[in-house]
Write a protein that binds this ligand. Structure first.
Ligand SMILES: Cc1cc2nc3c(=O)[nH]c(=O)nc-3n(C[C@H](O)[C@H](O)[C@H](O)COP(=O)(O)OP(=O)(O)OC[C@H]3O[C@@H](n4cnc5c(N)ncnc54)[C@H](O)[C@@H]3O)c2cc1C
Length: 324
């Protein structure tokens, strides 16, 4: 964000050191330097909103019973790895779209694919065998060298995209375009951020939390409410536990199927044997000024509309709620 210029009346004229105008000049200088650096290193040639670009799967890992982590790096159409310094142009909370062609028998790239393509639903381009699906990078764009990005995918039974990802192997080529989504983060704008999500709805919350926790000057207090079936379905449990070592991050797990099993709770974790509901959220709201609080929601349509309803009833302004 461009720094805000002080009003002349913000300077008392008594020779303070530093003066608000000195601070402003310093902020402006580093903002301009950052902008130059970002423009020089941002690889819009590797990821575009209007054209699919090819990426190679370089890592696949099972995280839970039905969720896998995938890591991609850019590859060009001739099959050689591109020069990949810099970072991909996506922001926290944004998503990418992949295009899947079920007519394809091998993983060879058809050059026709790298063209503009607008539909986000099943396509009518040929015989309805091309689909697109959205996935959210869980890695910060500057975190992975060589312009790689990571996503996690829930493999649903009978899902077309799920079937594709189930069969995708390291070395295979995949097509991606983006980024999309209008989540904008302004450091220290809210005092509290409550993140409410279920399943792979955790995806946008991870980079948002990392971005805030990586910034020493950001004092936003984060709380994550994460709903899954049971303890075995928690994604990125160790990463979340590491985050809870920061003074401004805490998290609670909500289990919808607890089966009377004993939990294996670790230091910094909190478990609840119920679904996330209005009362869970209202407990968190207790004693807080709701105008200083933002709520982020990510999950299935049903979950999102239920949480929106519950949270709105608690008197929070709709401008302070963001759904992914
Ligand atoms: C902006 C955005 C970001 C997304 N980010 C991610 C992400 O990071 N990771 C991820 O895994 N998904 C993500 N999704 C969902 C993803 O795009 C697909 O919808 C999902 O993978 C299912 O696609 P499919 O083709 O396998 O299933 P479909 O063929 O579309 O559906 C098949 C069946 O599975 C059911 N189904 C679909 N999704 C789910 C689900 N999540 N849980 C239970 N049943 C389901 C459907 O109701 C249907 O009966 C995101 C969606 C959006 C809109």
């Amino acid at each position: 964000m461009e720094p805000e210029k002080p009003d002349p009346s913000d300077c008392c004229g008594s020779g303070c050191s530093p003066c608000v105008f000195d601070i402003y000049e310093q902020q402006l200088k580093s903002w301009r330097e950052n902008l130059l650096w970002e423009n020089a290193n941002c690889r819009r040639d590797l990821l575009s909103e209007t054209r699919f670009k090819s990426f190679q799967l370089i890592h696949k890992e099972r995280l839970t019973e039905d969720v896998y982590l995938y890591k991609f790096r850019p590859e060009d159409d001739s099959g050689s790895i591109r020069e990949t310094c810099g970072f991909l142009p996506y922001g926290i909370g944004q998503h990418l779209i992949t295009r899947i062609n079920f007519k394809q028998e091998s993983q060879e790239i058809n050059p026709m694919w790298d063209t503009e393509f607008n539909s986000s639903e099943t396509s009518s381009i040929s015989d309805k065998k091309i689909i697109t699906r959205a996935y959210t990078p869980v890695s910060l764009t500057n975190e992975e060298p060589n312009c790689c990005f990571k996503i996690f995918v829930k493999i649903c039974n009978n899902g077309l995209g799920s079937e594709y990802f189930r069969n995708l192997q390291v070395g295979d080529i995949s097509l991606w375009r983006g980024p999309y989504g209008n989540f904008n983060y302004k450091s220290n704008f809210f005092k509290y951020i409550l993140m409410v999500c279920i399943g792979t709805g955790l995806a946008p919350m991870i980079p948002i939390a990392k971005c805030i926790l990586n910034d020493e000057k950001d004092e936003t207090i984060l709380h994550l409410m994460y709903g899954v079936k049971s303890e075995d379905h928690i994604i990125m449990r160790d990463s979340l536990r590491k985050m809870s070592q920061f003074w401004n991050f805490s998290h609670e797990y909500f289990f919808s199927q607890c089966n009377d099993r004993k939990f294996h709770m670790k230091f910094g974790e909190s478990f609840k044997s119920k679904r996330i509901d209005g009362s869970s959220v209202s407990d968190f709201f207790q004693g807080k000024n709701l105008t200083h609080l933002q709520v982020l929601i990510c999950g299935s349509e049903g979950f999102t509309s239920y949480m929106l309803d519950q949270i709105s009833k608690l008197g929070i302004d709709s401008e302070n709620i963001f759904t992914f």
